[in-house]
Ligand binder design. Structure first.
Ligand code: ADP
Ligand code: MG
Length: 306
């Protein structure tokens, strides 16, 4: 089957979605953005062997490629609309492509996100680049830079599951829930939209809570304090790992794709699925406390300060 037939069969779905004047099939997509809104553009690449193990199910690869981009859209408070896909295949079978397309559309359809174009090439390893265009009310984008001293620091969902799931996958001791949290992250689109004009700053957690929170705090020119015992942890993580390990996953493990944001408790009251974990401070540092004592955390875990 040639490339054109492959695209037509698995990626070109009719009828075209809202705002798509010309979708897949021409030299470029023609889109009708909302004249009253701002656009948000995000792009992320997943490379076999770097971002996912080589034997990952193609439906999971595609789902994850869409979800990590949706997570950036969520962190801006935007609504996803259109997506393009650059796909590098390494001798893929038709079954592989069919499974890939099913995972792609499973992730996209949940958010009315339309695939409007892409590029297909062959290369040494599977490489998936997804670009998503989102929209939001002009001037309302949730930025990293809006955090203010005295704000509360919040996160969505539970932390550490994805990195624990990946570690278990690599040791060949999979735990269904934790592995799913790695392979099929939940992009917090609904929460991101609820946070518009309520949160002061937001970021999505792709590299681990500490690293990403530091980015938010530094963009906001503030510091912060978090309480390690307040971190929301799943039952599955707690059942499988002891205190030190679960805290290390939650603090420094990547791939959670939860949101971390700042704001006043009053402003975000009533928003479901969020947990307060700390406070924005004037000091330029990020301080972690465990049972009220300051601890230092590095990639191997935490140790008591001095
Ligand atoms: P060109 O040679 O003009 O760049 P292509 O042959 O690469 O065009 O693509 C033909 C059409 O198929 C274009 O509309 C392109 O956007 C679409 N397309 C190619 N690969 C993909 C893909 N992986 N997913 C979605 N659309 C794709
Ligand atoms: Mg092309």
């Amino acid at each position: 089957m040639d490339e054109f037939e492959l695209i037509r069969r698995y990626f070109d779905r009719k009828p075209a979605a809202a705002g798509v004047e010309i979708g897949i099939g021409d030299d470029g997509a023609v889109l009708a953005p909302h004249p009253e809104k701002h656009q948000v553009q995000v792009i992320d690449t997943l490379v076999e062997g770097v971002h996912f193990p080589a034997d990952t199910n193609p439906a999971d690869i595609a789902y994850r490629a869409v979800a990590v981009n949706l997570s950036d859209i969520a962190a801006m408070g935007a609504s996803p609309r259109w997506m393009t896909l650059a796909l590098t295949l390494n001798n893929a079978s038709e079954t592989w492509v069919e499974a890939f397309a099913s995972g792609l559309f499973e992730a996209a359809d949940a958010h009315d996100l339309a695939l409007v174009g892409g590029d297909t090439t062959s290369g040494p390893v599977v490489t998936v680049t997804v670009n998503i265009t989102g929209e939001l009310e002009k001037g309302s984008a949730l930025l990293r830079s809006g955090g203010r001293v005295g704000d509360t620091i919040f996160v969505t969902g539970t932390l550490g599951d994805a990195s624990a799931g990946l570690a278990l996958l690599q040791k060949n001791e999979p735990n269904a829930f934790l592995v799913q949290r790695f392979l099929r992250p939940t992009a917090r689109i609904a929460t991101g939209k609820q946070l518009l004009r309520k949160a002061s700053a937001a970021i999505d957690i792709s590299d681990g809570l500490l690293g990403d929170l530091r980015k938010l705090l530094s963009a906001s020119k503030v510091g912060g304090e978090i309480d390690i015992e307040k971190l929301p942890l799943s039952d599955a993580l707690c059942e499988r790992f002891g205190d030190a390990e679960r805290q290390r996953f939650a603090l420094t493990g990547g791939d959670d794709y939860e949101l971390c944001f700042t704001g006043s408790r009053d402003a975000v009251r009533g928003i479901a699925g969020i947990t307060a974990i700390g406070t924005v401070t004037a000091s330029p540092r990020l301080v972690c406390r465990l049972h009220n004592e300051i601890v230092q955390v590095d990639d191997s875990g935490y140790r008591h300060f001095r």
